[in-house]
Design a protein around this ligand. Structure first.
Ligand SMILES: CC(C)(COP(=O)(O)OP(=O)(O)OC[C@H]1O[C@@H](n2cnc3c(N)ncnc32)[C@H](O)[C@@H]1OP(=O)(O)O)[C@@H](O)C(=O)NCCC(=O)NCCS
Length: 142
């Protein structure tokens, strides 16, 4: 089997929870613990994809379904690769898997947002053919 492989995460166990908390702690820059019940909801309602080194989960991305008036589309969120594993094409592997899954699901378009400071991610999305759409992102904390 290939050293690194991608698959959809469909069940949570202690190891996966620990690995995801490790990734999220890197993402938020501080110790982070996701509520396992919330993670179960995410797994049920979207496609949480993981890249593995053997049994260890070393990166994730989420593909979210959007049922819009303009059609069935997808949103790609929370792409992250463990700092120790960066630069080995794992981010790209996750994204290519998510794009192929979106095509298989017959999604019309994929959307994502990315802060300008995320140099590696911006370069990766451009490399994979994502085009910049000029629009403002608004959000309201509820
Ligand atoms: C973005 C991220 C997932 C990339 O993962 P990675 O496995 O290290 O990246 P890859 O090895 O797959 O690189 C693929 C492409 O990404 C771009 N890239 C990766 N690292 C880069 C860097 N340090 N500087 C510039 N471009 C980079 C390149 O285009 C690269 O292709 P190339 O090697 O042919 O030039 C990783 O850096 C990460 O987890 N960053 C923190 C979280 C984050 O910013 N997520 C995105 C939120 S929008």
């Amino acid at each position: 089997m290939e050293k690194f492989y991608v698959k959809r995460i469909t069940k949570i166990n202690k190891n996966i929870l620990g690995d995801i908390n490790g990734l999220l702690s890197q993402w938020y820059g501080k110790e982070y613990r996701i509520d396992p019940r919330w993670l179960a909801q995410v797994i049920k309602n979207s496609y949480l994809l993981g890249v593995y080194d053997g049994k260890n989960l070393v990166g994730i991305v989420t593909l979210i379904e959007m049922h819009k008036i303009s059609g069935y589309k997808g949103s790609v969120e929370h792409l992250m690769v463990d700092e120790k594993y960066r630069g080995q094409k794992l981010g790209e592997k996750l994204m290519v898997y998510a794009i192929n899954l979106a095509k298989k699901l017959k999604m019309k378009d994929l959307y994502l947002t990315c802060e300008p400071r995320r140099i590696a991610a911006n370069a990766l999305y451009k490399k994979l053919g994502f085009e910049k759409k000029e629009s403002r992102v608004y959000y309201k904390n509820l």
